[in-house]
Design a binder for this molecule. Structure first.
Ligand code: ATP
Length: 372
């Protein structure tokens, strides 16, 4: 299927909604554990969107995950990648179970998918809903998605002197990937400047210790900002060392707006930030690349509650909205977000992670009724 990369990239950034397509093929990859319960929730939201939006969806069920690995010997079947590449504009990915010890031949399918589909940015908005007891917080964490320690070049050997084991991992930061992530982070900051009247980009790093790798990340982010000063005029530019960033994130979350980080820090910061807004079950993400956007709840497969019908679907519903936003339908995304905010603000239909007694399906139905 041929696509215009330029208009696609523009619509990915939410800048060209009129160029966005109305007929969308969406891959559904539930994965493991509660992924199987929350991805149908995202599908239900899409299926029940008001006809006024004029959106039509075709869905394709796709396999990936630890169970798929156990069944077939491959965590990410080639067929899944081929269909995503050739047929889908968007996808929803649930979660994969991570075995705690090394399983020969298994590696995370979402990490592989991000690499194979060029999903260079993981966008994770973390926001509290006004009128609730949550700390005021409204930030977007923009995590580089393809490199850093996640290139998974590791080795273990025996130190010839001490005779004890040593394990090493390679951390890779490239100018190319850093330019891309800095650009999308600054573009998101620019949108927020227009919406909110102010915006700040915080570049997270540890270049006081990792002067070459994190030093390069910091240098390139700054260069992207400085070289496009006119375009990004009005955005405050900040840098923050990752350890003090964690401290400040919990002390004064209201200080952060758009945060850009290399892969590992971004992963940790966004899970940590989820604690500010009640539960991992409400924090969405979108994996964004030039050809496809994959919505993915920030949580994992939650084996402790899988199969009980009580997984919080809100992270997935918000990820569905994010996917639509980056596919060029910001108005639909906004309406879904407003319905979710109303559910959270009212607070009487909520899953146990938020202190309620409702089921996944009851929350979906409440959000759908608010959307209608
Ligand atoms: P994995 O091995 O897949 O990473 P995990 O249990 O280590 O699984 P998470 O799945 O992120 O990691 O879960 C962390 C905790 O948060 C668990 O107690 C889980 O039940 C809870 N949790 C995560 N997602 C949800 C959700 N959508 N609804 C309710 N609780 C959730």
């Amino acid at each position: 299927m041929l696509r215009s990369s330029v208009s696609r990239l523009a619509s990915l950034r939410g800048l060209a909604s009129n160029a966005a397509r109305k007929n969308l093929t969406i891959g559904l990859i539930p994965g493991d554990g509660i992924g199987k319960e929350v991805i149908p929730a995202g599908k239900q939201i899409l299926e029940n969107l008001n006809p006024k939006y004029g959106l039509n969806f075709d869905f394709i069920d796709l396999e990936a995950g630890f169970q798929t690995f156990l069944d077939t010997g491959k965590a990410l079947p080639d067929e899944t990648v081929k269909i995503l590449k050739e047929q889908c504009q968007g996808a929803l990915f649930g979660a994969v179970q991570s075995p705690t010890t090394k399983v020969e031949g298994y590696s995370s399918p979402i990490v592989a998918l991000r690499k194979q589909l060029g999903l260079y940015a993981n966008i994770r908005p973390v926001k509290s809903v006004s009128g609730t007891n949550d700390r005021p917080c409204d930030m977007v964490i923009v995590r580089e998605n393809t490199e850093d320690l996640y290139i998974k070049i590791e080795k273990t050997y025996t130190d010839p002197v001490t005779g004890t084991k040593v394990a090493e991992a390679t951390k890779r930061i490239t100018e190319t990937a850093t330019r891309k992530i800095a650009t999308i982070a600054l573009d998101i900051a620019l949108q927020r400047l227009k919406q909110n009247g102010h915006a700040t980009l915080t570049v997270t790093h540890k270049s006081n210790v990792l002067s070459q790798s994190d030093g390069l990340f910091r240098e390139i982010c700054k260069d992207v900002y400085e070289s496009n000063k006119a375009k990004y005029a009005g955005i405050n530019y900040n840098e923050q060392i990752v350890d003090s960033m964690v401290y400040r994130l919990f002390r004064e979350p209201e200080c952060f707006d758009v945060v850009v980080a290399p892969n590992l820090y971004g992963d940790i910061l966004s899970d940590g930030a989820a604690a500010l807004v009640g539960s991992l079950g409400v924090v969405p993400s979108a994996n964004v690349g030039p050809e496809i956007v994959i919505g993915e709840p920030s949580h994992g497969s939650a084996p402790d509650i899988a199969g009980k019908g009580v997984a919080n679907p809100i992270a997935t519903i918000r990820s569905t909205a994010l996917m639509l936003q980056f596919l060029g339908h910001p108005e639909v995304a906004k309406d879904i977000e407003t319905a979710v905010d109303a559910n959270i603000r009212e607070g009487n239909i909520k899953t146990p992670d938020l202190g309620g007694k409702s089921t996944t399906q009851q929350v979906v139905e409440d959000v759908l009724s608010k959307l209608a």
